[in-house]
Design a protein around this ligand. Structure first.
Ligand code: NAD
Length: 478
């Protein structure tokens, strides 16, 4: 059992602190927002994350998890101090704003009275670990206190954060103090994940490179989707066909509205900025960002191409959160889409299973005029009288909607599926005007298990051209 302090009680800090407590450690979570801490002390979570509420309750009840606004109380006897504060985009050029990390470092320096290992979980520009070390050194209230700094980037995904923390693909630790890194590794041993120990700069870079690569996959498939749409291919099947290749993999090949959320946009921008400051011109990263930006616009273009003018139309928005299973609205495509649609004179009806409050707050913060928006209690209320529905977030409950009922409720049965959750054939059969992202309207793909040639359709026999576009079919191309 170790004594741990986690500074910052947001998505990463709260999940980290709670999961470390669940591994048997004694954890105190510190945040500067008193309402957040007061809520947590009463069992109210500031964020929605599946499974987290029960885990917090269990560990608080067991006396292993505490919440405070006091650094003094949080650091008391702590052997490990995690920094998990936000690092948003700080200026127009994309540089990461380090002032929350710096303020956490100063806060630590002012009360640290024993040796501790300071572990940075925030995503920070390469070299920040050294900055944190210098900041603490120069602000130590008790100058002879020893400490070590370790980088431990976090890879969890919102919506499955608890699962991701408990079953990580890898744990990355970077430090110039190998002994300190090894001590941090002991905290993760129960997770039985590969643990990589490297230098500080490399660990910090691994986080940016990982996020930039995932964002690149998303922009890549979105570019392919646009080409598919023009040429009559179906990007969903293309992604499936690509994904069978182990060198490629199926993950992050879902064409749609592009990436959003708290991390990808800011991290790709920050990496591009770092490269620029180092005298480089990161062409690929810049293209990734450009493609992502345009992707949201496509939905509005599709609406306009069907409806002509949006003036006076009612547009239903299904999904506000940037992705399912979270209430996080940071860089959510819904905000841009609602802004553009309402600026064209349309009225918006919107619903999200958990992000109605955070969604309303985010739209208000963005200065979007709320008199043009009605928030509804479910998807059917959104559809009632709507001229078109836009699927913005791929929540499971949207996949399971009663489509004939939607059709009956809508003024005009138009669906723009920004996440490719429906099948064109079914939607058209039900009488919808349906547009997806990069999808043709050919037959559904037939995947035949190895050795199972009895289920091969007649038209897919070897040597026969089974393409629906008169080009060489995949079998003929062999
Ligand atoms: P968040 O905004 O949800 O939480 C940050 C918390 O830190 C807030 O509660 C804030 O009040 C608190 N805070 C700010 N300054 C503080 C200070 N000086 N002392 C104490 N508390 C302070 O942010 P997040 O999404 O948890 O992200 C945290 C870091 O982790 C970021 O660098 C982010 O890039 C990275 N990260 C996030 C995710 C994710 O999915 N959210 C995944 C991996 C990495």
């Amino acid at each position: 059992m170790s004594i741990i302090c986690v500074i910052g009680t947001g998505y990463v800090g709260l999940v980290t602190g709670t999961c470390l407590a669940d591994l048997g450690n004694h954890v105190t979570c510190v945040d500067i927002v008193p309402e957040k801490i007061a809520g947590l002390q009463q069992g109210m979570l500031p964020i929605y994350e599946p499974g987290l509420e029960e885990l917090v309750e269990r560990n608080v009840h067991a006396g292993r998890l505490h919440f405070t606004t006091s650094y003094q109380e949080g650091l008391d006897n702590s052997e490990f101090i995690f920094i998990a504060v936000n690092t948003p985009t700080g200026n127009g050029q994309g540089r990461a704003d380090m002032h929350y990390v710096e303020s956490a470092a100063r806060g630590i320096a002012q009360v640290l009275d024993h040796y501790a290992i300071i572990i940075n979980k925030s995503t920070v520009p390469v070299g920040s670990g050294d900055i944190v070390k210098r900041l603490i050194l120069s602000n130590l209230a008790r100058p002879n206190i020893q400490f070590a700094v370790v980088s431990n980037p976090e890879f969890l995904r919102e919506g499955s954060a608890v699962f991701d923390f408990q079953t990580p693909d890898r744990v990355v630790l970077g430090s110039s103090d190998a002994e300190a890194a090894r001590k941090v590794a002991t905290l993760y041993l129960p997770l039985r994940a590969p643990i990589m120990i490297t230098d500080l700069y490399t660990a910090e870079m691994i986080k940016y490179a990982s996020n930039a690569f995932l964002a690149t996959k998303i922009s890549f498939i979105n570019e392919i989707a646009q080409i598919c749409e023009r040429l009559g291919a179906d990007v969903k099947e293309v992604a499936e066909g690509m994904g069978f290749d182990k060198r490629i993999g199926r993950a992050f090949l879902d064409a749609g509205l592009g990436y959003g959320g708290s991390c990808f946009s800011k991290d790709v921008r920050a990496l591009s900025h770092m490269a620029g400051e180092a005298g480089l011109h990161p062409q690929l990263l810049n293209a990734v960002m450009d493609i992502n930006h345009d992707q949201r616009r496509l939905v509005v273009n599709k609406l306009i191409s069907i409806l002509g003018s949006l003036r006076g139309c009612t547009i239903g928005i299904l999904g506000l959160a940037f992705k399912p299973n979270t209430d996080d609205m940071r860089d959510a495509p819904s905000v841009d889409i609602i802004r553009w649609v309402s600026s064209q004179g349309a009225h918006v009806r919107a619903y999200d299973p958990v992000a109605l409050k955070t969604g309303r707050d985010a739209l208000e913060r963005e200065g979007i005029r709320m008199e043009h928006i009605t928030f509804c209690e479910d998807a059917y209320a959104v559809a009632d009288g709507a001229d078109a529905l836009v699927i913005v977030t791929e929540w499971n409950e949207f996949k399971a909607l009663d489509k004939p009922q939607l059709h009956r409720l809508m003024h005009r049965p138009i669906v723009i599926d920004g996440r490719n959750i429906y099948e064109a054939e079914e939607m058209q059969r039900l009488g919808f005007t349906y547009r997806a992202m990069g999808r043709g309207t050919g037959p559904a793909p037939m995947v035949v298990a190895a050795g199972d040639d009895t289920s091969l359709p007649q038209h897919a026999s070897v040597g026969e051209n089974n393409s629906r576009h008169n080009g060489p079919g995949p079998l003929a191309a062999l």
